[in-house]
Design a protein. Structure first.
Length: 292
């Protein structure tokens, strides 16, 4: 019993260490600086876009809610930027957590009892996932505040799209940790970013397939959403922005930026949770057999 308590305490210490290390790392400061630049540019774009809507009437404005169209498009772009920056942070916070630390000699003292390899891997992932997920929520909230203040527009659902983005970033962190068991740091980063890009391309192919009524493309996109559920979470978040819009406005806003908006089934959350657990479980099993 005492050994188990010691293991839990050690795992908590590693999570706290990972969180502190995440904040101290130079990449975190770089991402924060890039985020401030993005938010400044986004605020300018929102301000000018809604000012233009106020000054003139677009063709077909009687059929289209211009404010909803502009707000959802701009905020959809903000969600994509949040997902991208969150993915960058998640990958770089998990770079070399196994192979890199093992090669430098930092890992071996950490995996001795009472912590163990599995607890160490889960703790390192939890620290990075908490930091990256919290970052995604903060950037989402700031983007929402700018859109509401400068454009007087808010999405149909305020909280759920942000939670979907944060969960997507957590899944990317899990994939990155799994890759770190098998790959060196550079290869790990390249592989995870390629997986991230593949997910976005798959979502775009699904939208093209839906427009062309191509069952093959739609099936490929469905398979990709199971293999890479962070893309399904992102698309579902986009859908929730304007899920209550009807008519031509609803049809236009559902096109969405960078992959489109798509409603996911009721089982998405359960599947994403199971997927994350399976990825981390696979990483723990592989790490237990890895030669350090």
């Amino acid at each position: 019993m005492s050994g188990r308590i010691e293991s839990i305490a050690a795992a908590r210490a590693v999570v706290g260490f990972a969180l502190a290390e995440s904040v101290r790392r130079r990449v975190f400061a770089i991402v924060v600086a890039l985020t401030l630049v993005f938010l400044a540019l986004y605020g300018l774009g929102v301000n000018f876009a809604f000012d233009e809507i106020e000054r003139r009437t677009l063709i077909g404005s009687e059929l289209i809610d211009e404010r909803a169209l502009a707000g959802s498009t701009l905020f959809g772009l903000a969600m994509f930027a949040t997902l991208f920056l969150g993915a960058v942070l998640a990958v770089f916070l998990t770079i070399g957590v196994v192979r890199g630390d093992a090669e430098s000699g930092l890992l071996q003292p950490l995996v001795v009892r009472p912590l163990g390899r599995g607890a160490m891997l889960v703790a390192r992932w939890a620290g990075a996932a908490l930091a990256a997920g919290a970052y995604a929520l903060v950037v989402y909230a700031l983007s929402l505040a700018l859109t509401s203040a400068l454009g007087d527009w808010s999405p149909d659902h305020v909280v759920l799209p942000g939670l979907a983005l944060a969960f997507a970033v957590v899944i990317i962190a899990a994939i990155s940790v799994l890759a770190s068991v098998f790959m060196a740091s550079t290869a790990q980063g390249i592989a995870v970013f390629m997986i991230f890009g593949a997910g976005l391309v798959a979502g775009l192919l699904g939208q093209i397939g839906d427009a062309l009524d191509s069952r093959t493309l739609e099936r490929l996109a469905d398979v990709a959403s199971y293999v890479l559920p962070f893309e399904a979470l992102y698309q579902h978040g986009l859908f929730l922005l304007t899920s209550e819009q009807l008519g031509l406005t609803g049809a236009l806003v559902q096109l969405g930026p960078f992959g489109g908006a798509s409603e996911a089934g009721s089982g998405l959350l359960a599947f994403a949770l199971a997927y994350t657990a399976a990825v981390i479980g696979l990483g723990v099993a592989a790490f237990a057999r890895a030669d350090l």
